[in-house]
Design a binder for this molecule. Structure first.
Ligand code: CP
Length: 328
């Protein structure tokens, strides 16, 4: 299969960024372009022959300073399905352990003429800083509590495919909003696409002045879930917490864990989402998570590969548009 890009040559001009560092700053048209292209890659991925050649000769490096299952693996699959060479680097096994800085590490990879760096880092802003030092395209695979743009894109794709639209839907994002880059990216994307966003969290896990992000805030889960179309659950991000933010896991589940009793407050056809990894019995009841009629969690993971193929496709095309030899 030669698999030319599923982007029409004229449509790449609709995407105006060299890097994908966040959803904030993307226009509704750019988000729609990425979602439409992802839809086409979902179909390609469901065909028996999945491999194309769009990225033949291109190198994608996954540079992960934090653990990951879904993001790292799906970027690897995405790069390989597009015919590229993919290298995985974890900070644990790199010269970072010998004291090398983030920037020096990135400069070394840049000098090897990588075409795309996919970077996950525990510090907010680290991926943007790195993008300013290299010549290749950089994709944010999650930076601190800031953004996780490909997660929001895959969530939007999963919702759009099931509900047929994003505009006008009411989406409740529930749990540890304070530490969640997934929440931030989803809030930006859903607002841009005309959805109504609610956030539900205990006071200790709700960011100050959260309403400035264009959301409605609730501390009572049943009130927040009333008549929602989508219920998006988040994990307690204990790795980013210093001190105790909840009295106990048992109490947290009682007030904020999604079970059928609380879910009954949402619309009867409301769908359940979770970016993973899940902590069953903490933020979500196991039976609810596995409910094949209501849960989108498996589909979210599937959409992740297609969305990352779309991002690699568009950004490598943008690199050609921006190249020194490109016609003015
Ligand atoms: N949702 C998400 O980013 O999962 P991973 O940490 O497994 O990549």
């Amino acid at each position: 299969m030669t698999s030319p890009s599923l982007v029409r040559p004229d449509s790449v001009g609709r995407f105006r960024h060299r890097h994908l560092l966040g959803i904030e700053g993307l226009s509704p048209d750019e988000i729609t372009l990425l979602l439409d292209l992802s839809d086409a890659y979902v179909e390609q991925n469901r065909a028996p022959e999945k491999k194309g050649s769009l990225l033949r000769g291109r190198t994608v490096i996954n540079l992960f300073f934090e653990n990951s299952t879904r993001t790292r693996t799906s970027f690897e699959l995405a790069g390989k399905r597009l015919g590229g060479d993919v290298i995985n680097m974890s900070a644990e096994a790199s010269s970072v352990k010998k004291g090398e800085t983030l920037i020096d590490t990135a400069m070394a990879l840049n000098a090897m003429l990588a075409d795309v760096l996919v970077v996950r880092h525990p510090d907010s802003g680290a991926v943007k800083l790195l993008s300013e030092k290299v010549n290749c395209a950089v994709i944010n695979g999650g930076d601190g509590t800031h953004e996780h743009p490909t997660q929001a894109l895959l969530d939007a794709l999963a919702i759009r495919r099931r509900k047929g639209r994003l505009q006008g839907l009411t989406v409740a994002i529930c749990g540890d909003i304070l530490h969640s880059r997934v929440a931030r990216s989803n809030i930006h994307l859903l607002n841009a696409m005309g959805a109504r966003v609610r956030v539900i969290a205990p006071p200790t896990l709700m960011p100050a002045a959260v309403d400035r992000l264009g959301v409605e805030a609730f501390h009572d889960m049943k009130a927040g879930l009333k008549d929602c179309d989508i219920v998006m659950m988040l994990r307690l991000q204990t790795e980013r917490m210093q001190g105790n933010f909840v009295p106990s896991v048992r109490e947290y589940f009682h007030f904020y864990g999604l079970d059928y009793e609380k879910l009954a407050c949402a619309k009867p056809d409301a769908l359940i989402m979770h970016p993973g990894p899940m902590n069953r019995g903490v933020e979500i009841d196991s039976e609810v998570a596995d409910d094949i009629d209501r849960s989108l969690i498996r589909e979210q993971v599937e959409m992740g590969v297609a969305v990352r193929m779309a991002c690699l496709d568009v950004l490598t095309r943008m690199a050609v548009v921006n190249a020194p030899w490109a016609p003015a």
